[in-house]
Design a protein around this ligand. Structure first.
Ligand SMILES: *[C@@H]1O[C@H](CO)[C@@H](O)[C@H](O)[C@H]1NC(C)=O
Ligand SMILES: *[C@@H]1O[C@H](CO)[C@@H](O)[C@H](O)[C@H]1NC(C)=O
Ligand SMILES: *[C@@H]1O[C@H](CO)[C@@H](O)[C@H](O)[C@H]1NC(C)=O
Ligand SMILES: *[C@@H]1O[C@H](CO)[C@@H](O)[C@H](O)[C@H]1NC(C)=O
Length: 429
């Protein structure tokens, strides 16, 4: 016999939550508001008519599948049916992806791919700094996490406090661990504790400024270091992560290629991308402090920064502090690793022309460029709809303007006459 209380909870759960047969995604209702503070939830707020929501549907199913064995429950809520939920979580657009734990709420702004979404949920489902207590865990960790921060030493002291606070700020974006010298020994021997490093692409990179005695300075240095190190050496740059990359305050060196819908890149573009990657892979120590490399698969992102249609493939360097950009003079086909290195040196010594920036004129021009590009792509996609959407209101608007600024010619003649008679009256007087 199942105890009554258990049965009750069980049925309650199924009244609130009924899982659709083919997927592990829970279809939730407004009853969710009563239960969401228990446990960890990754929730997609959607509207049935929203095309972007439909597009991530298969991804969402995979995410639910991947998180099936974790503590995170994956669900979705139709906000057009359950408006109270949308209201409660202050949902402004669809789809909105939220991670909820207790009273905390995190909005997901990254790439809507399974891997990124799963990592986001896993990071947030644990404490900001997770402890690693077994040597074997590191083997799994290295396999499953392409990038993580590790603090080796006891959980006390100034560096620990700062590390823990930083971890809670960056928790949605990176994995943070803590362990002890004996556990880490085999993987990354440390001379003295505390030690702090980041693991990525099978290498360790040390944090070396422990000896800073001023607490605020140490805090600032550590934040800068985490910010500079929390990206892979050559990430794919998208609308989802470009804002995070701008926080590095480095120059972003981007190889621009175009991916097909099936995420395939033509061979000559792939070759170009690999060539750019080879520059940073070979000379990481030389460039790492001032340049963050990466590649872009959708040229529109770069077009709107450069305010022009960049050729494909091509190379662009963006100063993430000032938003200025640099474009090599050589044709992209003629670029070699050597030419790129020269170009980067010229940027550092400010010997190449820079374009764009953050000035008001540039910002206005950029908005105009974006509107124009959006219109052009709309026109290419559906000329009739574009005409109806913009043609009709524009037609009305021009009629109204015409009536305001160009009064009827007959009226104008009347006015003239009035004035003339008026003035003749005055003259007469
Ligand atoms: C990082 O620190 C460890 C000791 O804590 C040292 O053995 C290792 O060589 C250092 N790595 C680099 C790249 O400096
Ligand atoms: C910290 O130590 C490094 C060498 O390990 C040294 O170059 C640096 O000047 C020291 N910084 C301070 C603030 O003492
Ligand atoms: C440490 O620095 C970060 C970023 O500069 C800041 O947000 C945070 O408040 C600082 N923490 C302390 C304890 O000063
Ligand atoms: C970006 O430009 C500013 C102003 O020219 C410069 O001070 C800064 O060093 C540049 N950033 C990088 C990473 O070179």
């Amino acid at each position: 016999m199942v105890p009554l209380s258990k049965l009750l909870i069980f049925t309650m759960f199924f009244v609130i939550v009924y899982s659709t047969a083919a997927t592990r995604v829970l279809e939730l209702s407004d009853k969710f508001l009563e239960i969401y503070k228990d446990g960890h939830w990754l929730i997609k707020m959607y509207a049935p008519w929203c095309a972007h929501c439909k597009r991530i549907e298969p991804v969402w199913n995979h995410v639910a599948q991947s998180l099936h064995t974790s503590s995170v429950r994956v669900g979705r809520i139709d906000c057009t049916r359950f408006t109270s939920v949308a209201h409660h979580f202050k949902i402004k657009g669809f789809p909105t992806i939220l991670f909820l734990k207790g009273d905390e709420q995190f909005v997901y702004n990254g790439d809507r791919t399974r891997d990124e979404l799963v990592k986001f949920a896993l990071r947030l489902s644990g404490p900001p700094v997770q402890e690693v207590t077994k040597t074997v865990s590191f083997d799994t960790l290295k396999k499953e996490r392409d990038l993580y921060f590790l603090y080796v030493g006891a959980r006390t002291g100034v560096l620990w406090d700062i590390y823990r606070d930083a971890a809670s700020i960056y928790q949605p974006h990176a994995f943070f661990y803590q362990s002890h010298p004996v556990v880490v020994e085999k993987h990354a021997p440390v001379d003295k504790t505390p030690a702090l490093f980041v693991y990525k692409e099978n290498s360790h990179y040390n944090f070396t400024e422990h000896n800073i005695t001023d607490k605020d300075e140490l805090n600032e240095t550590l934040h800068k270091w985490i910010n500079a190190e929390r990206f892979p050496t050559f990430p794919k740059v998208t609308r989802g992560n470009i804002h995070q990359l701008f926080l590095t305050n480095k120059n972003l060196v981007l190889a621009v290629v175009e991916e097909s819908k099936a995420e395939e890149i033509p061979p000559e573009m792939l070759e170009f991308r690999d060539m750019v990657e080879s520059v940073i892979k070979k000379k990481r120590h030389k460039y790492h402090d001032h340049f963050q490399f990466g590649w872009v698969a959708s040229p529109e992102l770069v077009n709107s920064i450069a305010m022009m249609v960049v050729p494909l493939p091509s190379l662009i360097v963006i100063n993430s502090t000032t938003n200025h950009h640099y474009i090599p003079e050589d044709e992209p086909e003629k670029l070699t690793p050597h030419a790129i290195e020269l170009f980067l040196e010229q940027i550092q010594s400010e010997n190449v022309p820079k374009y764009g920036g953050n000035g008001i004129i540039v910002r206005i021009y950029r908005s105009w460029f974006e509107v124009r590009s959006a219109l052009i792509s709309m026109w290419k996609g559906n000329p009739v709809l574009t005409l109806v959407l913009f043609g009709l209101p524009a037609g009305f608007l021009s009629l109204i303007c015409y009536n305001i600024w160009c009064p009827d010619i007959l009226d104008a003649d009347d006015d003239d006459e009035d004035e003339q008679t008026g003035s003749s009256h005055i003259k007469k007087d």
